[in-house]
Write a protein that binds this ligand. Structure first.
Ligand code: MF3
Ligand code: CO
Ligand code: CO
Length: 255
């Protein structure tokens, strides 16, 4: 059973949680598995193959494959690619930061998660970037309260990132509701807005996934129609979890 609140945000029943735990658990296990391939010389196409094989072997379907024509089973975004990178013949090399963003469907339910991994040794600036991106996600997660509102997340993440000199939030991308579809209402912004946002209620599933840049906060799309690159080619990092607001009023990180 699912109803929508007056902001159009779905409120799922308790049984939905068991289904989402399975999809989200597989999404997270997929990233655990793929981490072992993140090393110099490995192509992103190979990681894509390993991803698709692992997801299908474990009873899932890679949601991204064929989504609006996306050609691969996950997004792989290296260095200045902020998100939506398409796996190809590029080989990973020491000093790269690489985000793997995987969405898995199991029985019609979707789990979405991403992490940024270091390939070999990183510069101090890029090591800090990865740390700040992960921390920004957790600051967002820790701001989530049943009976709070979605703007709380934006207020918290924006404030945290503003305190990190030399780093900024890429505002052009946001989190989202999730469940029976990869993308559902609402848009989960990582910065504050003045208009009223939906309350956060038990039964909601959504992602938090701030992208942090160490240069320009702006991105542009490449000619392939997907790959988003920072305008000044500075590196960007991202982490993402899928959450559930429990009927126990606890916030569950499902991925
Ligand atoms: N995983 C992305 C997100 O966090 C969306 C992927 S777009 C796709 O929302 F085309 F690759 F599916
Ligand atoms: Co994602
Ligand atoms: Co997402």
């Amino acid at each position: 059973m699912v109803i929508k609140n007056k902001f159009g945000v779905k409120v799922y029943d308790e049984n939905s949680l068991d289904k989402m735990r399975i999809a989200c658990g597989l999404a997270s296990a997929t990233l655990d598995y793929l981490e072992s391939f993140v090393k110099p010389g490995v192509t992103t196409k190979y990681i894509d193959q390993m991803c698709e094989e692992f997801v299908r072997k474990n009873g899932g379907v890679p949601t991204c494959k064929g989504y609006k024509g996306f050609p691969a089973s996950l997004c792989i975004s290296i260095n200045e690619v902020a998100c939506h990178g398409i796996p190809n013949n590029t080989q990973l090399k020491s000093g790269d930061i690489v985000n793997l963003d995987v969405v898995v469907e199991v029985g019609g339910w979707h789990g979405d998660t991403s992490r940024t991994f270091a390939v070999g040794e990183l510069s101090k600036q890029h090591k800090d970037l990865v740390k700040i991106a992960e921390e920004a996600m957790y600051v967002g997660i820790n701001s989530v309260k049943a009976n709070g509102c979605f703007n709380d997340i934006g207020v918290a993440v924006e404030k945290y990132v503003a305190s990190q000199e030399g780093y900024c939030l890429v505002k052009e991308f946001c989190g989202h509701g999730i469940g029976r579809n990869m993308h559902e209402e609402p848009l989960v912004l990582h910065f504050a807005v003045n208009n009223q946002t939906s309350p956060i209620e038990p039964g909601m599933f959504f992602t938090i996934e701030p992208i942090i840049s160490c240069g320009s906060p702006h991105v542009k799309q490449m000619k392939d129609g997907w790959t988003m690159v920072t305008k000044d080619k500075s590196y960007a990092a991202q982490f993402e979890h899928t959450l559930f607001v429990g009927y126990d009023d606890k916030i569950h990180i499902l991925t």
